[in-house]
Design a protein around this ligand. Sequence first.
Ligand code: C5P
Length: 417
Amino acid sequence: MTSLSLEGKSILLVISGGIAAYKALDLVRLLKKAGAELRCILTAGGAQFITPLAVSALSGTETYTDLWSLKDETEMGHIRLSREADLIVVAPASANMMAKMAHGLADDLATTTILASDKPVMIAPAMNPIMWQNPATQDNLAILEQRGFLRIGPDRGEMACGEHGEGRMAEPAEIFGAIAATLLREQPLRGRKALVTSGPTYEPLDPVRFIGNRSSGKQGHAIACALRDAGAEVTLVSGPVALPDPPGMNVIHVETAIAMLNACQDSLPADIAVCAAAVSDWSATAIMKQKIKKRQNAMPPALSLKENPDILAMLARPSPRRPSLVIGFAAETDDLIAKAQEKLARKGCDFLLANQVGPTENGDEKVFGQDENHVYLVARDGHQDWGHAPKDMIARKLCREIAKRMEENHDQQRQRA
Ligand code: C5P
């Protein structure tokens, strides 16, 4: 495990109050051995269990404890402490520390530094199992995870207080592994801007009715997350979905195809566009101001529809603002590959992910709202079967394909120059 090198990586370790603080000393040792540049903050609670001297002896640098220490603020203020880190690790993260971070408290050096930071934060919770299960702690955890905090543990086992259950801090070697995996993760799309459309559109007929479809947004949102994890700066333009906004990206909520198109155009320039939204093909020529009434003994009203703009085709149109890669989806109930090939030519995008939709033999829906999908990559020079896989796995595979093609484009440009 410790053969992994963290040379050149800067970590700020916050040790908060809990008996597990003694295990943080082992983490300090592992991080130092791996060559990480390490700074440590010991909270007042943490200092009840271990001393600043013990932390400094293992980290080889000063241990910071006091928000108001003039010496630390001139030499290494809380802003610098947080900005110089590639990752902030809170281990152990006590229930109190989690509550403060979730609610934006800044009443000591550790919490002020975390609040002033735009860097990823990983927490290793450690507390009594009942404290961990308490809805207050679980709500705080949900807030932190929603904001993109990373988490390792807690584990289940014997507690220092003699109780048994979930709440033990993850082992230092495990925390070290999670830190290394986060810091050494490849980010092939770092510096790239990506635009993703996701979910359905709702086209209103009157104040209460609309034309919509069964898209859940799961595949589009998973793609936006995978692009973010690959280092891209992501704008997600989402139709109405029941999913939470993924953290770490700019999410724009829209209802109609026109609003989706406008949001996409406002988000340009972008290097990559992935149109995963199931955009309604039509909208009402006129939206009734009042609810359309059902009249006795009268014919049902006729719907007058007009065609919606094709967002994918517009983004793929040759123009100086065209993203270098424009990718669409083709959902078909029959003749999948041939129809996807025809769509690729018509829309002018670089490639499509094609999937078969509609009910299976037993009547269940194959794709919409499901966690799995079976897609084919359909390009001008042929197609590949990507098989049946969870939507987030397909999203990660798509990201690798995007990174590969961006690299090839880059190489071609370099050769031409
Ligand atoms: O024509 P069809 O709707 O089957 O094409 C599907 C692809 O085109 C998807 O990538 C979808 O996001 C995109 N699309 C779009 N705007 C539309 C219709 C489809 O971006 N109005």
